[in-house]
Design a protein around this ligand. Structure first.
Ligand SMILES: Cc1ncc(C[n+]2csc(CCOP(=O)(O)OP(=O)(O)O)c2C)c(N)n1
Ligand SMILES: [Mg+2]
Length: 201
């Protein structure tokens, strides 16, 4: 299974639900597969994709999908424990596991040496986990994840191929575009009265 094709499967199934995407090829391929205002592209912030998605899931009733990477999630394994602790029923984490730090030179990651991320998730108390290796399996599991309470943790084994060109994303615009899709922030979030009156210490 290739990430680009798998990403298209995700987009086909998830309707208008928000997606948070890992830095690098995951974000680039999501943009190429289907740019939408509900794509929260991360950039540079390695390891934080599923943490951001966890925060979102705890702040909205909508289902939130995190498209993470094996190397990035390794850098922040604690977020798996936090998901297991908080158990947001509306969070679906999909880990694109190419067993390498793809963007920075294809160095083999720990999953190439035996780290089993699905068992880590199970050990952290995440109730719904899966491991998929084909597009058909991904389609089936995702269908189930979108219709049953989570949190879900899906390890999707992928084969690395040529990377697509960088997506022309601007982090600030991603934030504005994304926030504006939620009812509370239908205007510029920086000029929202409730934000302006908030005291920061
Ligand atoms: C704190 C930090 N360390 C290192 C990097 C450099 N870096 C960017 S992407 C990446 C690899 C990410 O690997 P993975 O999440 O598996 O995604 P893949 O590239 O394989 O799709 C690295 C090491 C970074 N952006 N931030
Ligand atoms: Mg990787």
């Amino acid at each position: 299974m290739h990430r680009f094709e798998a990403t298209k499967i995700v987009l086909k199934q998830i309707g208008n639900r928000p997606i948070v995407s890992n830095l690098g090829p995951t974000t680039d391929e999501l943009w190429h597969a289907g740019h939408r205002n509900r794509n929260f592209y991360t950039w540079g912030s390695m390891g934080l994709c599923s943490s951001i998605a966890l925060g979102m899931a705890l702040s909205t009733d909508e289902q939130v999908v995190s498209l993470d990477g094996d190397g990035s999630l390794l850098m922040n394994l604690g977020t798996i424990a936090s998901i297991g602790r908080e158990k947001p029923r509306n969070l679906i984490v999909i880990v694109w596991d190419n067993e390498e730090w793809g963007q920075t030179g294809h160095q083999p990651s720990h999953t190439a040496m035996g780290t089993d991320r699905e068992r880590v998730a199970q050990g952290c108390g995440i109730p719904r986990t899966a491991r998929v290796t084909t597009e058909e399996q991904l389609e089936t599991v995702l269908k189930e994840a979108l219709t049953t309470p989570g949190p879900w943790f899906i390890v999707a084994k992928i084969e690395e191929t040529e990377h697509l060109p960088y997506a022309p994303i601007e982090p600030e615009m991603t934030l504005y575009r994304f926030r504006a899709t939620f009812p509370r922030a239908s205007t510029n979030p920086l000029t929202e009265p409730w934000l302006r009156s908030k005291k920061f210490s």
